[in-house]
Design a protein around this ligand. Structure first.
Ligand code: M6R
Length: 608
């Protein structure tokens, strides 16, 4: 997620902007830049890389002295990380500079229109269209031009804008992307998050969707979408700076768990239109889709668990056989891959060494590669043929949560896309699936609302040394993810088993008081699952069941039941995993573990 800062006041802007950006580094970024008004020109300095690279440039050129400026750390979405694609972006005249966080969904149409109108683009970004639109609407009033511009935008944005002709003004606008104004004495600040302004002020305005703010050194005026002035309450920040980075949450992991409804919504955005799946960065036409004989999915850890769900769903909907492999195994197998195969590579970071090696191996054998990744510009995204980006935003906690959910959603989109192109489902079925996909964010939110109950459960079981997770079909895949989450952050030994496999060995470990999470969301397998739960119950284990709302009779075979809201059967993993994430988080917390940085683990595993 990009970071935005802005400053207007009596002090040199550049050092303040850099300091603010440092406070937003936790959001993840791949390039950085700033634009400062200096005398009769705008100095724009930007670079791919870290803030230190930007600092180095500023040290080697004379740093701008102006007192009005905007700054940005970019987390690439449209266009790879590069100097040209870094923000701020300017219009043709170089008199307007813009920083942006979010995604302008209709940027292609806008860009075509602007190019026809004579504008020249310097980057591949969606953001640059905003600078040119403001240029085309500007008639001496920056606020008016920004308001006209945002009426043309579809998607999400937090914007910071300056114009040479209005040296005393900084304009901000927000839609579905956070933005705050920090209120100083004779100076004012703009930022995408509170930590960036905390050194200077604890008084902030939190902008709401549709609002536009006009900042001068002494005044902040806010208007709503209709143009009426907004009388906003000042929010007094009570958090300490570290907490502020986590948006008031205690840990990144729980923050990221709570970001899941939005992450899923963002991943779906623009990919469903008129009852069909639209995958812009996937170049698989019907003909190619029909020719696919086999799909290989390869990934590690949580991404592998997403792949297991993918197998089930692609086979069911698109009727293509799928094999799923851990990438550390896949890369050394004597693979029977050729040009009739599609290899799907899943990686949040896009840098996992084994996954990258698997991608190269499959490519070498002639397979087409489709990547599902969260990081634009990552090695995986650069080396793949096609890509589906998971718009989860940067994931900081080592334990993957929101990336997993968006990987699932991407796999659903892929399965439905293949089914649509191969004609293996009809229009009515497709529409029904797409409608329920779009309802998932509300379902996730409903599960999050039961956090307190799950926290109490975690307290109760925090001293246990072994916990089992069982399920059948898709529930088995979810059990594997629940087990990984628990063991990696709480250090409780956890194992996932296919419920039908228990009596082939593992049942020997099920004794009195051992907690067993039973995933029982799959209607077709529900009664089989209940039989397995009874086997466990007969050994006096404690059964915590995750079931569909309305399944009252499952209580008889359970000690506790966590209900998830009703949704299409194939999509239930998205909801069923959330209580397991919350359980892992609270168990780790109760055991005093370092939740965000578990021992021996790293966020990005770039070694074999
Ligand atoms: O970045 P990747 O998705 O390729 O990472 C794969 C695994 O390293 C990752 O999912 C790991 O298992 C997480 N710690 C799980 O929470």
């Amino acid at each position: 997620m990009c970071g935005i800062v802005g400053y207007i006041g009596p002090q040199p802007a550049a050092p303040l902007l850099l300091r603010g950006l440092e406070k937003l580094e936790y959001r993840g970024y791949d390039s950085a830049g700033l634009a400062v008004r200096e005398d009769d020109k705008l100095r724009v300095i930007k670079t791919v890389g870290r803030l230190q690279d930007l600092r180095d440039i500023l040290e080697h050129t004379a740093a701008p002295r102006g007192t009005l400026g905007i700054g940005h750390t970019r987390w690439a979405t449209h266009g790879r990380p590069s100097d040209e694609n870094a923000h701020p972006h300017t219009d043709c005249s170089g008199r307007i500079a813009v920083v942006h966080n979010g995604i302008i969904e209709n940027y292609k149409e806008l860009r075509e229109w602007l190019v026809e109108d004579g504008h020249t683009f310097k980057s591949e970004t969606d953001t640059e269209t905003v600078a040119h639109l403001i240029e085309s609407f500007y008639e001496g009033d920056l606020v008016a031009a920004v308001r006209k511009t945002i009426k043309r935008l579809e998607g999400s944005y937090a914007l910071g804008v300056i114009h040479l002709d209005e040296p005393e003004v900084l304009v901000a606008a927000r839609q579905d992307s956070p933005l705050i104004v920090g209120l100083g004495e004779g100076e004012n600040f703009l930022a995408s998050d509170i930590p960036a302004v905390l050194e200077h002020t604890r008084k902030v305005y939190i902008l709401d969707d549709g609002e536009v703010a006009r900042l001068t050194a002494d005044k902040v005026e806010i208007i709503d979408a209709t143009g009426s002035p907004v009388d906003k309450d000042v929010f007094e920040v009570a958090w300490d700076p570290v907490m502020a980075e986590k948006g008031g949450y205690d840990h990144f992991m729980i923050k990221e768990i709570y970001e899941q409804p939005k992450a899923v919504r963002d991943t779906l955005k623009g990919r469903v239109a008129e009852g069909r799946v639209v995958l812009d960065d996937v170049d698989l036409d019907s003909e190619t889709a029909k020719k696919i004989k086999k799909i290989y999915i390869t990934a590690a850890g949580t991404a592998y668990h997403a792949g297991l769900v993918g197998k089930y769903v692609i086979e069911k909907l698109a009727r293509i056989p799928v094999e799923v492999d851990l990438s550390s195994e896949f890369r050394y197998r004597d693979l029977m891959i050729d040009e009739d195969c599609l290899t799907v590579v899943i990686s949040q970071s896009g840098e996992t060494a084994d996954t990258l090696a698997s991608l190269r191996e499959a490519k070498r054998r002639g397979s087409r590669i489709l990547a599902i990744t969260n990081v634009v510009g990552s090695s995986v995204s650069r080396e793949t043929h096609d890509v589906i980006y998971t718009w989860a935003g940067p994931e900081i906690a080592v334990a993957s949560t929101k990336a997993y959910l968006t990987q699932l959603v991407s796999l659903y989109l892929l399965a439905l896309y293949l089914a649509q192109e191969r004609g293996t489902i009809d229009q009515g079925q497709l529409k029904a699936y797409l409608d329920s996909l779009q309802e998932l964010p509300q379902g996730i939110q409903a599960v999050l609302d039961s956090e307190q109950t799950i926290a109490e459960l975690a307290q109760e079981f925090k001293e246990k040394e072994d916990i089992f997770f069982i399920g059948r079909g898709l529930d088995y895949a979810v059990a594997m993810e629940g087990s990984l989450k628990l063991k990696e952050i709480s250090y409780i030994h956890a194992e996932a088993y296919a419920a039908g496999e228990l009596k082939h060995g593992t049942l020997a470990l099920i004794v009195e008081g051992v907690p067993v999470f039973a995933l029982a969301t799959q209607t077709r397998l529900r009664d089989k699952m209940v039989s397995n739960m009874k086997e466990v119950k007969a050994r006096d284990a404690t059964i915590i069941t995750v079931a569909n709302r309305g399944d009252e009779s499952i209580k008889e075979a359970s000690d506790r039941v966590i209900y998830i809201p009703e949704t299409e059967e194939l999509f239930r993993p998205v909801l069923a995993v959330v209580p397991l994430q919350l359980f892992a988080y609270h168990a780790a917390l109760a055991r005093g573990c370092d939740v965000d940085k578990p021992r021996n683990l790293a966020k990005s595993v770039t070694v074999e």
